[in-house]
Design a protein around this ligand. Structure first.
Ligand code: SAJ
Length: 440
């Protein structure tokens, strides 16, 4: 049998040894899905806390139950280590490391490069490597192929196999998980696609194979660029409706009654999270090397990035209309997380709103039931969530709703507050009909 046939056979019979590089919100669920499918999985991560937690049968990812980790560790289907040298015994390796942006707005490839540099030491004939981290089109072929294969004298598609398969993990979502979300897989060569698809098909319910790694990389960027641009569209619509004296929320709800050809997005204080504001910029960055300006992405990113400032400007105007000045006022920001009912503050527009309010001279406090403390990575300030939210609402000169957590009692907030700026339409009809509330 050829190297490919032997590897596919071992993958299909679950005899192949699997490694997952990076045990975060993507890697750990993937490791569990492979383990539960019957593979023997080794999780590799430089973070000893993660490794020790898993080997002690404790999950640190809310979407992964500790019971699942316990079952897999005790049955020998899951183990974790910080020692990358285990890779020399591995047949299949999936790379699930972060791909953030630098402060300059350029891609930060450092996590992929350090994982690749370690893996390159242990590459051998008969391996399949799949990159899952969202990145610019061409990364798999331009970065991983030479470093992992060519430099090791291995011929891709014959001695070893290389593919890209975008992660589609939406933390907190229960209807679509790693197991049942369709998985796109695209290889450097046709046989690479075949091997990677055969591997993933052994654990994930729906595999959609494409002809190249670039097609797979680009499909992920389309998914999230689609979202970012449409959010930018409704954010600009909010700005236009305010100028026109039209209720943007009413307009969007009306458009959403169209049962076809429309998808509802809602305006807000800006774009947070580790995917939507970041992934499209990987594409526009790459296109610069082709001297092509990705205008939709640049424009939408500009609009979304400006929304925190727009919210503060609208607050200034609304308080001015009520004879209040922002400078010296006590302002309570409700919500630090980047979207409702989660504890993730990465890229959250709340941080920008707080910073801008402080720069205007407001005395700012915040409350978030999921985030007890925030630290602004770039501006360096720290803040604790207020303990008694309703007392803080009463004492504030203005309350601004930035994250519409469902746990909040918006009627009680309106009753207790002097003034509310609602950037999420969290107060709905109550807010629309209250003279204490101004909505985006
Ligand atoms: N946002 C708006 N208006 C909207 C939708 C979102 O302002 O209409 C804001 C959110 O408040 C947040 C940011 O955009 O600050 C991103 O929100 P999101 O709903 O896109 O949530 P994410 O960042 O968790 O995106 C993830 C993505 N999942 C993956 O990349 C695998 C995205 O592709 C999913 O579509 C999204 O979850 C989802 O649908 O929940």
């Amino acid at each position: 049998m050829s190297t490919k046939e032997t590897l596919i056979s071992n993958l299909k019979e679950k005899k192949a040894s699997i490694a997952i590089l990076g045990l975060g919100y993507v890697g750990l669920p993937l490791a569990v899905v492979f383990g539960e499918a019957g593979f023997h999985v080794t999780g590799v991560d430089p973070d000893e806390r993660k490794v020790n937690s898993l080997n002690n049968c404790v999950s640190y990812i809310p979407d992964v139950k500790t019971e699942a980790v316990t079952r897999l560790v005790q049955s020998g289907h899951l183990t974790a280590t910080t020692d990358f040298s285990v890779l020399k015994q591995m047949d299949a390796v999936s790379i699930c490391v972060p791909t953030p942006l630098r402060q300059t707005g350029d891609p930060d490839m450092s996590f992929i490069i350090s994982a690749m540099d370690e893996l390159a030491k242990y590459m051998h004939k008969g391996m399949v490597v799949v990159l899952e981290s969202t990145t610019y089109p061409g990364t798999t072929r331009e970065l991983l192929l030479p470093k992992l294969g060519t430099d090791n004298g291995l011929t891709v598609g014959e001695d070893w196999f290389l593919a890209f398969s975008p992660e589609r993990v939406d933390p907190g979502r229960e209807d679509f998980t790693t197991l049942n979300t369709p998985k796109v897989v695209g290889g450097i060569t046709e046989s690479c696609s075949e091997v990677a698809a055969a591997w993933y098909a052994g654990a994930i319910q729906h595999i959609h194979a494409v002809s190249s790694a670039e097609a797979a990389e680009m499909s992920k960027l389309l998914e999230n660029t689609f979202r970012m641009i449409n959010i930018g569209l409704v954010n600009e619509l909010a700005i236009m409706c305010e100028r026109l004296g039209v209720d943007v929320w009413e307009v969007i709800d009306a458009a959403a009654t169209k049962p076809f050809g429309f998808m509802k997005f809602t305006p807000g204080p800006g774009l947070g999270g580790h995917c939507i504001p970041i992934d499209p910029l990987y594409l526009s960055w790459k296109m610069k090397s082709f001297h092509y300006n990705a205008r939709f992405i640049e424009l939408a990113s500009e609009i979304n990035t400006n929304m925190p400032r727009y919210v503060v400007t609208r607050m200034l105007d609304a308080m001015n209309d009520r004879g209040q000045i922002l400078k010296g006022s006590k302002v309570l920001v409700l919500g630090a997380a980047y979207k409702p009912d989660i504890d993730d503050v990465r890229e959250s527009p709340s941080l920008d709103v707080i910073g801008l309010l402080q720069k205007k001279g407001a005395k700012v406090q915040y409350h978030d039931p999921y985030i007890p403390h925030i630290h602004h990575e770039y501006d360096g300030w720290h803040m604790d969530s207020v303990k008694d939210m309703m007392q803080a609402v009463k004492e504030a000169d203005a309350v601004v709703i930035v994250t519409n957590h469902t746990v909040y009692d918006y009627k009680a907030i309106i009753d207790a507050a002097k003034f509310v700026f609602d950037s999420r339409n969290a107060t709905g009809k109550l807010g629309k009909n209250s003279d204490k509330v101004v909505r985006l």
